[in-house]
Design a protein around this ligand. Structure first.
Ligand SMILES: O=C(NC/C=C/[C@H]1O[C@@H](Sc2ccncc2)[C@H](O)[C@@H]1O)c1cc([N+](=O)[O-])cc(O)c1O
Ligand SMILES: [Mg+2]
Length: 228
């Protein structure tokens, strides 16, 4: 009945990162996970690729599958202009709670969309949805009044990458030019997803080699542009 790894990350951040400073929260997580305890954040090396893709895409509507502690949520949110919306889906309520507390420490304007009492309309940049992507993706248009996503960051269960991508297509949530960015396509790997986006005429796919977070192990992210 001790603490969990996400709780230990949260406590370290609360002790050592500057309140309201999202960059100091991000670097505190990286420092904890590289020196004290590994955790499955996208990390600083692949995080720089994520940053570059966000800046290049200039997305207004972003979807993230797999919040975990919210590390990549914060990396993305800090680069979005006001008015942009970042929807992140997490099915583990403990991880979601830790992420929310990290967003608060970072001073990120975030809202738990699954809360009952919430102000009408998108008053904040980060909207955390509690539930499974396969259940929530078909509800996004109706629930959140979002038509298409400009950028999707995929970092949840590796076996869910492909089915959820197919679901995004079927739900009409991608437009010509929408960018999918998938973490871990080398380690742990998402072979069926890779095979799909690299061979489908509906995507132009590009691999960005890097390393697994905090380790000297090969990994990489795959950027796939939906062609409509
Ligand atoms: O397994 C990995 N990631 C799975 C991530 C899973 C995250 O997404 C939801 S599942 C969900 C959320 C929403 N909808 C459906 C399911 C989990 O609660 C967790 O927050 C992983 C593993 C390694 N590694 O080295 O072993 C490295 C990485 O970078 C990884 O991302
Ligand atoms: Mg990952």
């Amino acid at each position: 009945s001790g603490t969990t790894r996400p709780m230990r990350i949260l406590h370290y951040v609360q002790r050592s990162a500057k309140c309201g400073d999202v960059l100091s929260v991000i670097s505190a997580i990286d420092s904890f996970c590289s020196k004290v305890e590994w955790a499955m954040n996208v990390g600083d090396k692949k995080g720089e690729i994520l940053d570059a893709v966000v800046l290049e895409t200039r997305p207004r509507y972003v979807l993230e599958l797999g919040t975990y502690c919210g590390y990549s949520t914060m990396r993305i949110a800090r680069l979005l202009p006001p008015g942009a919306r970042l929807i992140t889906i997490e099915m583990n309520s403990h991880y979601a709670q830790v992420a929310k507390e990290l967003f608060q420490h970072a001073g990120l304007d975030a809202q738990d969309k699954s809360a009952e009492k919430r102000p009408a309309g998108p008053t904040c940049k980060v909207e955390l949805l509690l539930g499974s992507s396969s259940v929530l993706i078909p509800q996004l248009k109706k629930k959140l009044d979002i038509d298409k996503f400009d950028l999707v960051f995929i970092d949840h269960w590796k076996v869910s990458y492909l089915p959820d991508t197919r679901l995004l297509e079927e739900c009409g949530l991608l437009k010509s030019g929408s960018v999918l960015l998938a973490d871990n396509v080398t380690c742990p790997g998402a072979p069926d997803y890779l095979e799909y986006v690299r061979n489908s005429p509906r995507y132009r796919s590009q691999y960005f080699p890097s390393q697994l977070e905090y380790l000297q192990v090969e990994d990489g992210v795959e950027k796939s542009v939906f062609l409509g």
